[in-house]
Design a protein around this ligand. Structure first.
Ligand code: FE2
Length: 304
């Protein structure tokens, strides 16, 4: 086993240069980002035969098209052979033809439930929903800074006062689980009704899916460079939602300060990492094991 995996298993983070070195980022593009599954768009953007959707995955151009023959599937015109998976209203892409399928990527650990099975069990039928809201943030940070920040909530009580007024912040009542090799999940109860929970799943390396009882949300990171990313958050609701309800949901998302607070944390963390003075991080044993799980995934893919 490599010295880096030993360090991660001993409870350390990735070394700071993994967040700022352009050469490491280039290797990540080839070995991780272009061989992983990413949420790219929604099916309504490719509704008609011949519709095209142009995107980039970590600098790699991607063109999706609604094919005119056979079953009218959404396929990748570029890069040829890229894998496409439609899950309800979501379109996911893995640029590598020989990489794992979406079902393999989101399978459960040790024969446990898959991500799709989990979403159904907690009451989210993604097929029932359509995109209704969207907001975008540019964040001057490495994609792993975003990932580190989003899959633990120990910063929530201090950073997210509005979120923390709604969600129980006692670590003893928060369930953090490893779903499978490339996804992890959180279940955090609501304060006002502990039968309700905020369900969050992170699908390595760039996408979250969250559910709180009605509709669902997807957040996806477009990796623009070693220290730049664009974060999109798309809210899904019922096809029968009225224009007034949709406008209210968009206004709420536009005002919600939570992600702005994360943008500021990510900016500050990246600045510390870029400065070269930030030491390697030490994780809380048994509390930040989801980060360790994904660091292992990163190193394994880089060393494969
Ligand atoms: Fe946060």
């Amino acid at each position: 086993m490599s010295a880096l995996l030993e360090s991660i298993d001993a409870g350390f983070t990735l070394p700071p240069e993994w967040y700022s070195d352009p050469a490491i980022f280039e290797a990540e593009q080839r070995r991780i980002l272009w061989r992983s599954w990413h949420f790219v768009t929604t099916t309504d953007r490719l509704a008609e035969v011949g519709d095209r959707f142009v995107w980039e995955i970590a600098g790699l151009p991607v063109t999706l098209v609604r094919a005119g023959d056979g079953d009218g599937a959404i396929v990748a015109a570029d890069p040829g052979g890229a894998q496409v998976h439609v899950w309800g209203p979501m379109v996911w892409v893995n640029p590598a033809p020989d990489a794992l399928t979406f079902a393999e990527w989101t399978a459960g650990a040790d024969g446990g439930e898959s991500l799709e099975e989990r979403m159904r069990r907690i009451g989210c039928d993604v097929d029932a929903y359509v995109p209704i809201t969207e907001r975008v943030w540019d964040i001057p940070a490495n994609w792993k800074v975003f990932q580190d920040n989003t899959i633990e909530c120990y910063h929530c009580p201090t950073t997210h006062p509005e979120f923390s007024r709604a969600i129980v912040q006692d670590p003893e009542r928060q369930i953090l689980g490893i779903g499978g090799p490339t996804w992890v999940h959180h279940t955090l109860p609501f304060r006002d009704d502990d039968r309700r929970a905020y369900h969050f799943s992170w699908v390595f390396p760039t996408t979250y899916v969250q559910f709180t009882g009605r509709g669902f949300d997807v957040g996806s990171v477009s990796v623009l460079g070693v220290d730049r990313l664009r974060h999109r958050h798309i809210g899904f609701g019922s096809p029968s939602d009225t224009p007034e309800r949709i406008a209210a949901a968009q206004a709420w998302l536009d005002r919600d300060p939570t992600i702005d607070q994360d943008v500021e944390i990510c900016r500050l963390v990246q600045r510390a990492l870029d400065s070269g003075v930030a030491p390697i991080g030490r994780l809380l044993a048994g509390r930040e094991h989801l980060l360790t799980h994904l660091y292992r995934r990163i190193v394994e893919m880089m060393e494969a």
